[in-house]
Design a protein around this ligand. Sequence first.
Ligand code: KG4
Ligand code: ZN
Length: 362
Amino acid sequence: MIADLTVLGIETSCDETAAAVVRLRGDEVEVLSSVIASQIAEHAPYGGVVPEIAARAHVEVVDTIIGRAMADAGLGFNALSGVAATAGPGLVGGVMVGLSAGKAIALARGLPLIAVNHLEGHALSARLADPAPYPFLLLLVSGGHCQLLSVEAVGKYRRLGTTIDDAAGEAFDKIASTLGLPYPGGPALERLAAGGDPTKFTLPRALLGRDGCDFSFSGLKTAAARLAAGLITEDDRRDLAAAVQGAIARQLVERSEKAMVRHLHAHEGQGRLFVVAGGVAANQAIRDRLQAAAAAHGFAFAAPPLKYCTDNGAMIALSGAERLAAGLTDDIDVVARPRWPLDEASARENPIHVPGRKGAKA
Ligand code: KG4
Ligand code: ZN
């Protein structure tokens, strides 16, 4: 008989304080609760996330959010098999808040602690709702990251490409702000783009002709900012938003198609599943184009439900449960890491982000 693993997951690496309880039974996943407190209102006046405000806001609510996740699941701490918390990468003040809360519960209840990489949470998030068997190809597109990875198993990743400057979500946010849209810009830009003509403005295509699966969005950002400054009518704004969304989608599709070929080559034709996860995967136009590209290359397509695209505790709890099932737990003195690449070997060999004192970013 397969034992149930019931894991509490805690997420505090950016601007959401989140906790969830997930039960794993073999390959079957059940989300028993998922509670998210967003700090958007606190950061909105500054047009972006302010680390000190984030850390303080996490401290204020983390206990309540964990309590609500346990109550919604109808469980006491003694029903848990382990406690998982994001240990990086992210804003380290916030990461420390959730990780400390996880450590306290693990210590007090004598439970195993699982320190989860936030990117691994996103990587496995499609498995919260779909079977998504390993190995699969993953496009991880969020506010902080834009990467293509072969996901072999929990804890086993090979990076095929990453951004050399901004992440896709960051590009959405920054361009949205030049269009006068509120933070976070991605969803607002998607709404504005809905009625627009994507062909009226021409935007540059990045890294054209360059071999590989890396991304770049800084040229697009500069060009869009210049165009935004000269816009007059509401129709112009809609058209520019549609052009920007189309340009981001096109780049994501082009690099993903290259990665599909490489992924299949490395897996001798196996692993024909393409998963897109992270906040930008909430964009319906982008989802549709990626799904079409997957179909054209003979890949099945999976994306988490919208509520698990952006940051949440359920993806951290699931990573924790899969790690626990594989016997991968952590010592209570594990530290929070602002930088923590999923594929440490690739990040070292090909440090797209010049390594700082603490090593490659992601
Ligand atoms: O995964 P996430 O919640 O946080 C990070 O780990 O970064 O992603 C947040 C990012 C933001 O940049 C936000 O603008 C973007 O995801 N995003 C979107 C949409 N919804 C969220 N971008 C484009 N279209 C959307 N509908
Ligand atoms: Zn995230």
